[in-house]
Design a protein around this ligand. Structure first.
Ligand code: FCB
Length: 462
């Protein structure tokens, strides 16, 4: 064996996979589930590829037992799933729907019976539609409702689930949901996007505090921090562009979460678009509720240049006229995303340096490729060859290992995703799973990458 294949991860390193409710569950109207902003958005013509919806998705709501058995077969030690708020409180604020909680109760027991550690995300983008009708994340009340909902879920599952994360990627919820409209609810207003950033963070803080008071053992949040790089490392204009994008993408979340409050340069930038009167006294203290774990979702690097008159990026409000986002350089994934594993090492080291003392876990990493289900694999069962995905995962695990070797406190790795699923505005046409899903038959076929990952887990390394 070559030296390349002898990397070992620390003892107790957590190996698993991740999914999210709307992307896999289906059963959109069952057992009292109310509508979410993604039900509304996916039904709005032109928003999602070919009008795909999460109505059926992977039918995981009915197939969860077989899915958990497959996870166990692959040797997963942890499974990150999200709870659908509209199953628990169908109208966002009203009475708790016990049948919604029953599903996650059954799922949790099934996982624990197979020795798989459940990692919960409370909010992975499926806001109850009735809360959107009263302003969604632009409304301060939504933050308090998140905390109430968190407590309702914890009171049923808190005796069995150790790890609780509040939000998944508030950057997407705010900037794609309210800034450029690519995600639900599809609003296009920079001021609304910044309001949403603040209320998401406030909701996180209130929920984190409430979960802690209720006895939750590990409390965290998942971000999608960016490794923002200059086109030319010697250009002052490019360095300024990096600083601006880093502020809007990373520091606007990480600084207040870790007790430093909003960065002054970011607040100044925001004030050019909206009066930040939605930030009230005491909010930054609430947002800084202590956390035990930071989830990092990582896919691709971000390269920028500073140029007068540049188009900017619609997902970073106020970058128009000064920032050029460089087109990705191949090889690319099926999302058109650049593949640069070293970017993950840099990002993890940067977070560990600038925000010390915060244990990290990679809550998502993976790649879409246009897989085809083949005939038969080596063992006579179905087979999907996806060596491109194996190479992506291998490269990023090596990058994660390099960060650990340099002292980063990285506790685990969860591949995105366990199953092919509803990839938001892209519908079902992008496949991220290590398990292939035939959407006509709901047949699951572990891909080559799933078998490869099974061995990685068994060896605790590469
Ligand atoms: C992340 C999302 C996740 C999935 C991946 C590809 O931004 O959290 O649900 O769509 O991207």
């Amino acid at each position: 064996m070559s030296a390349r294949s002898e990397l070992r991860f620390p003892e107790g390193f957590v190996w698993g996979a991740a999914t999210a409710a709307y992307q896999i569950e289906g059963a959109a109207t069952e057992d009292g589930r109310g509508p979410s902003i993604w039900d509304t958005f996916s039904r709005t013509p032109g928003r999602v590829f070919q009008g795909h919806t999460g109505d059926v998705a992977c039918d995981h709501y009915h197939r969860y037992a077989d899915d958990v058995a497959l996870m166990a077969d692959l040797g997963l030690r942890a499974y990150r799933f999200s709870v659908a708020w509209p199953r628990i409180r169908p109208d966002g604020t009203g009475p708790v729907n016990p049948r919604g909680l029953d599903f996650y109760d059954r799922l949790t027991d099934a996982l624990l019976q197979r020795g798989i550690d459940p990692i919960v995300t409370l909010y992975h983008w499926d806001l109850p539609q009735s809360l959107q009708d009263t302003g969604g994340w632009t409304s301060r009340d939504t933050a308090a409702h998140l905390a109430d909902y968190a407590v309702a879920v914890h009171s049923r599952l808190g005796d069995r689930i150790r790890t609780w994360t509040t939000l998944n990627e508030p950057w997407c919820s705010a900037y794609l949901g309210y800034g450029n409209g690519l995600h639900a609810p599809g609003e296009r207003d920079p001021g609304a996007a910044f309001r949403a950033v603040h209320h998401l963070l406030l909701g996180h803080g209130l929920a984190a505090r409430a979960l802690r008071a209720a006895g939750a053992e590990v409390v965290g949040i998942t971000l999608n921090p960016a490794d923002v790089r200059p086109a030319d490392p010697h250009s002052a204009a490019d360095a300024a562009a990096v600083r601006l994008v880093d502020g809007l993408h990373n520091r606007i979340f990480l600084d207040p979460l870790t007790g430093a409050g909003y960065p002054a340069d970011v607040l100044e930038h925001v004030s050019r678009m909206v009066e930040p009167d939605f930030i009230r006294d005491g909010d930054e203290k609430t947002i800084a509720a202590p956390i035990d774990l930071l989830g990092v979702n990582f896919y691709a690097p971000t390269y920028v240049a500073g140029r007068a008159g540049a188009a900017g990026g619609s997902a970073w409000p106020g970058t128009e006229g000064s920032v050029e986002f460089l087109p990705p350089v191949g090889p690319l994934t099926d999302m058109g995303w650049m593949i640069e594993p070293a970017s993950l090492t840099r990002l993890l080291e940067r977070i560990a340096t600038d925000y010390p003392g915060l244990p990290l876990i990679i809550t998502e990493n993976g790649a879409a490729f246009p897989d085809k289900a083949g005939e038969e694999g080596p063992d006579g069962t179905g087979w999907v060859a996806d060596s491109d995905r194996v190479a992506y995962l291998d490269g990023h695990l090596r990058a994660a290992h390099a960060a650990i070797a340099r002292g980063v406190d990285l506790r685990g790795y969860l591949v995105w995703s366990f199953l092919d699923n509803f990839e938001w505005a892209e519908g079902y046409r992008k496949r991220f799973g290590i398990v292939h899903v035939d959407y006509l038959t709901q047949r699951r076929t572990p891909k080559e990458s799933a078998r490869w990952y099974q061995e990685v887990i068994a060896r605790n390394g590469l």
